[in-house]
Design a protein around this ligand. Structure first.
Ligand SMILES: [Zn+2]
Ligand SMILES: [Zn+2]
Length: 154
């Protein structure tokens, strides 16, 4: 079984990922730092139709961004913990917050991005690609993941 379960803090919202994600981002941008109150966010990029809500409900809240690219955060309706996001109005692609999984260690980051605003005391592993800003997914993603991505974007 490749599926992974997760949930919010109050326990009302439970969800399942039906497969491994296409790719996992560790983002050190200022938006992610502000939105999480932490040094970075861990996002698992997966097709929205491979994510199911098992119980509870989400509420969608649009947040302002520095890039002015639309960003909608989906939160547990009850405790308001952020569970996943849609960027740029692309609803078929979900950015699931890895820290909400029951076993977040199952999805280590495949890339570190926006390291230009990485907090100075965060040391990155040498064997994971890291970029000052963004990167070219065609060069970094495995072929299988690129095919899945193509199915979303055409
Ligand atoms: Zn970010
Ligand atoms: Zn909750």
């Amino acid at each position: 079984m490749d599926s992974l379960d997760g949930g919010c803090a109050c326990g009302q919202l439970r969800y399942r990922l039906f497969s491994k994600p296409m790719f996992v981002h560790c983002c050190h941008c200022r938006d992610c730092q502000r939105q999480t109150g932490s040094a970075f966010v861990l996002n698992a990029l997966i097709e929205t139709d491979r994510v199911a809500i098992l119980s509870g409900a989400t509420e969608a809240i649009q947040v302002p961004t520095e890039s002015s690219r639309p960003h909608v955060i989906h939160r547990c309706e009850a405790c308001k913990i952020a569970i996943w996001s849609h960027y740029g109005g692309v609803r078929p692609l979900s950015f699931v917050r890895v820290g909400t999984l029951d076993e977040p260690a199952a999805l280590p980051p495949n890339v570190h991005i926006y390291t230009r605003s990485k907090l100075p005391w965060v040391t990155l592993p040498e064997d994971v690609p890291a970029f000052e800003v963004y990167y070219d997914s065609k060069k970094l993603w495995p072929a299988k993941s690129l095919a899945r991505r193509k199915a979303i974007f055409g």
